[in-house]
Design a protein around this ligand. Structure first.
Ligand code: FE2
Length: 265
């Protein structure tokens, strides 16, 4: 049964936060339940984790992840650094992973929010500088690369536009950290766009969501960049679960027909 109100909220605002009890026996049961409410078909494994070498190096490569992967080595009261803004799916083309769901099992002692950056709104406001906006649409604007296999630099890289229109919707793969290369050499337009996205736009178009245990964050990964903020663990480690989907929330089944809807709103 889909939940039309929740589907609209995620698609219109870019995200939603809901209450979802934690099932200690099966921490991913909540993900399957919400995916059903959002009309999402099966959770997907990102391209990076379908690579045999990466699969061998990283233990947990399915579509459902525990964060951190291994809590046994986490010291009480230890500090974890924050992430930089990114979209999930390092090797995916634009819009490859459309929906991400994060569920909080155990909260950090302090910090640990997820910060969302509404980069598509920021891009739209860049219309006064058409050349800068155009530079972000260029098919070689942004390269993302994995550092898992640094010895083979030509592998596990993906170059593409930072933004683009797909089926009439503006989508993004804006990511800006140590696994990104912006093609700004001799390209002052792209540099100007980047200065804007890193500076004034980022101040204006972002929000922090700190999940309590049993709360779930759903966001449009193809429209919103995000980052995990730094945190301090408590006596118990902070624990999240995550799942990702190639589809956006929708009342329509893949064949275009309406799905059954929940009457509870
Ligand atoms: Fe992420």
């Amino acid at each position: 049964m889909t939940d039309p109100a929740l589907i609209s909220e995620v698609n219109d605002r870019g995200y939603a936060v809901i209450s979802m009890p934690v099932n200690a026996g099966d921490p991913f049961e909540a993900h399957r339940r919400i995916a059903d409410s959002l009309g999402l078909s099966d959770a997907c494994t990102p391209l990076l984790y379908r690579d045999p070498e990466v699969r061998a190096a990283v233990g947990q490569v399915g579509p459902y992840n525990q964060i951190p992967r291994d809590t046994t080595s986490v010291e009480p009261w230890s500090e974890m650094p924050g992430q930089t803004f990114h979209v999930d799916g390092l090797l995916e083309p634009l819009g490859g992973i459309k929906t991400t769901v994060i569920h909080c099992l155990t909260q950090a002692h302090s910090g640990g929010a997820t910060e969302l950056y509404f980069v598509c709104d920021a891009f739209t406001e860049l219309s006064s500088d058409a050349k800068a906006a155009q530079a972000l649409l260029h098919p070689e604007a942004l390269t993302r690369f994995a550092t898992i296999t640094e010895s083979v630099p030509a592998r596990l890289r993906a170059t593409g536009p930072a933004f683009g229109m797909v089926d009439g919707t503006l989508l993004t793969r804006f990511s800006d950290g140590s696994t990104e290369l912006w093609n700004t050499a001799q390209n002052p337009d792209l540099q100007r766009a980047l200065d804007y996205l890193r500076g004034p736009a980022a101040e204006k178009h972002r929000v922090k969501v700190r999940l309590a245990p049993g709360e779930m964050l759903i966001f449009r990964n193809d429209r919103v960049a995000h980052r995990g903020c730094g945190y301090t663990n408590g006596e118990q480690p902070r624990r999240l679960t995550r799942s990702m989907y190639g589809a956006a929330p929708s009342n329509l089944a893949p064949d275009g027909r309406d799905r059954p809807q929940s009457s509870e709103g």
